[in-house]
Design a protein around this ligand. Sequence first.
Ligand code: SAM
Ligand code: SF4
Length: 333
Amino acid sequence: MSDKSSVIYDNHGRPINYLRLSVTDRCNMRCKYCMPAAGVNFLPREELLSYEELERVIRILVRLGISKVRITGGEPFVRKNLIHFLTRISRINGLEKIALTTNGTLLAPHLPKLEEIGITSINLSLDSLDQERFESITRRKQFDDVMETFYLLNESSIPFKINTVVMKEENIDDIIPLSELTRKYDLSVRFIEEMPFNGEGGNGSVLTWTYDEILSHLKDYYPNLETISTGPHSTSTNYKVPGYRGKLGIIAAFSRTFCGTCNRIRIDSQGTLKTCLYDSGVLNIKDVIRGGASNEEISDLFRKTFKQRAKDGFEAERRRKEKVNESMSVIGG
Ligand code: SAM
Ligand code: SF4
């Protein structure tokens, strides 16, 4: 029997069918936009939801209409036995897509198994094609490992995209070289506006490299840049250089222009439900589960919470008691 029922809608009429699940806050890199050089206070192991608890939550959410899950972190491959967990959730009826977001440093040996499991897509974070700049941004020397993953993914059957966070002082010179990858490779390279989630209060409310700046930079170099259509819940606006195989995208993550069609919820590494990236958490699932709630009680809490969703990221931010200052490694992006 299928675990899946029909999709659930929030209080603004948006379907909720996509879960982003952070399986750890730990990471082997220290990207400047994500966490301080010294890292963050990583959670004690018992504060993470166990794989059994995570699987139970996914099953409940699939019955409520979630059909896609993205596994993220921290770096998901830093958590032990990730492959076993992915194998288990790949057997959940009604869970149609399992995607991963990764920094690519630890993925290579697992690729054949990921193909076997049927992972639907992978987002690889890559902020520079220049080794020095890569090391300056990530504060780690793992450029070669990530590039090996990039080449292996190109050979693999799993579709993948590149995510690049655009930072004024760091990687503007990479926008064109990264875009040029789409000449040879049939992949999407997406440029993301930097958000204030670096664990240190971020860049406040000012962002210099917005969607508009990124687009105009691309258009200066590619005057014939074509706009192409996007899916109904896409966060990126998509483009193509005529004659190139791949696509380019810009994600206005800070300007928040896509909230009207947002179909996603998040469960962060502390087991907190977020119905918007910019909220501070709307339900502590870990406490609910460990308090002994039944599946029906947990479902009811999810339903209730989905009906109180903020209209957009600005409203979610206004509802917070404290200013945004957490690290993206806790939330999962
Ligand atoms: N470690 C994995 C990785 O780097 O892909 C998964 C977790 S990471 C938090 C998920 C995504 O969030 C990455 O694509 C990363 O570039 C993005 N990200 C992290 N901090 C960000 C920030 N302050 N603004 C925009 N994107 C950010
Ligand atoms: Fe780690 Fe990903 Fe954050 Fe970089 S963006 S520090 S790779 S969690």
